[in-house]
Design a protein around this ligand. Sequence first.
Ligand code: ADP
Length: 503
Amino acid sequence: MINAVPKAFWDELLSELGADAIDHSPATIADYGANLMPSGDRMPGGVLYPASTAQVQQMVQAANRHRVAIWPISTGRNVGIGEKSPVREGQVVMHLGRRMNHIHEIDETLCFAEIDPGVTFRQLYDELGRRGHRLMMSSTSGPTDGSLVGNAIDKGAGYTPYFDHFGMTCGLEVVLGDGRILRTADGASPGAKTWHLVKYGFGPFLDGLFVQSNFGIVTRAGLWLMPRPPVIRCFIFSFPDDDDFGEIVDLIRPLKLNNFVPTLFKVTNDVYSLGTVETYPYGRTGGKTPLPDEVRGELRRQHGIGSWTVSGAFYGDSEETIRPLIERVRKHFERSGKARYTSHEQALESRIFKIHVDTFSGTPTEEEMPLHEWRPGGGSIWFLPSTPMVGSIANQHQRMSRSILARYGFEFITEYVCTGRVSRALHPLIFNRQDPDEARRAAECYRALMQAYAEAGYPISRAPIEVQEEAMARLQVTPEVCRDLKRALDPNGVIAPGKYGIV
Ligand code: ADP
């Protein structure tokens, strides 16, 4: 059982680690408690800034002695999922990214990096650039100052062939809740030179325990990188109608199941694209929400987009080798009679389309961030269900989301990121958090979406802090197994109790 943070905890850390390592001033607490959730900010008990794995260990040991709960973050730029704020009020945020943000190694032969939890997408990109861009990383389309480690262990993803960010980590260093330091896979073998090369190593694969969990604090990671292809060429198709989505999904599936197209496919809807360059047109709708179809149509025409934007990319050693591949994909999509093609060069001239080129090129971009300001008042909560790559099911899903969102006064904003078998739907619910009625509707709408998808047999893959406990409570046996693991690895429950519903 965790109590309020005792003064002795702060005094001890102050004398052992110095004033740079702690801050529990009211201004800092307010800053770290802020988030974009409907239910409001969640104030931490203070903030810790460790400078090394040894300091993380000291802090965890002190937390055990004083029964203090710690909420670890790398950079806390998990926008629409919880930002820096803890799952429960009063937990002490451990902000690893402030001082643990070094790139320890980049191996350009075997193509991996060893990084601290605070290394950001932009930082690694810049360092790879300084070395001549021989290697390419996979980036999200989220904030460029978010961390690679935080994103990977929260099951974030990108768009290039290395899109599976956790899958591309190899070898973690973790401070467990009981204070032990674990190096996973070959890292457990003293002097091993293969820590970041051999993913599974000897014995059980422990890395997975630290994903969306609260058994330990990740203090270092190996990350695989891809040799940067000399030429990258993106292709984009626009489809005019909402119900074209089913056909799009059926067209994508064969191209991804055999990896003819090496990147993932993005299928972005009109409002998601519009939200990167426009805000909600209250003037045109006379203050009415959700967005009427006529106004949505007008905005689409104005910005030269369809109901759906489908994109992917090819990599090669020259334009000549890529051209026939693009021709093949064009034939495939244009068979439908509805697809309108936009070339890589044309895409570079459009703010809306350039985001696709950047993300398929492993280039961090801030251009998608304005989407969070589609409606005023700074509310954003992301719903992330999975949709099988079967057109009829995909169309049922988009119709279900559209009608639930409309019922609560919100428009459908989505991007489906497609592999061959399943797509992850990113449904950001953007709402006016300053308007109590709209915030209440956002919370209810989120739960209605979660309920409808669960009943239809499609659980979510990632949850904002606000619904993590509810989402875990829907599962069978997993909550009990997680509780057993928690007891074994963090017997005093000092790391993020309640995170992903694990207590
Ligand atoms: P990002 O740095 O990518 O913005 P966050 O810092 O917001 O990611 O963290 C995302 C999620 O992962 C949060 O639930 C957070 O508690 C968890 N997390 C982030 N970094 C660590 C870490 N180094 N060790 C353990 N959990 C972490």
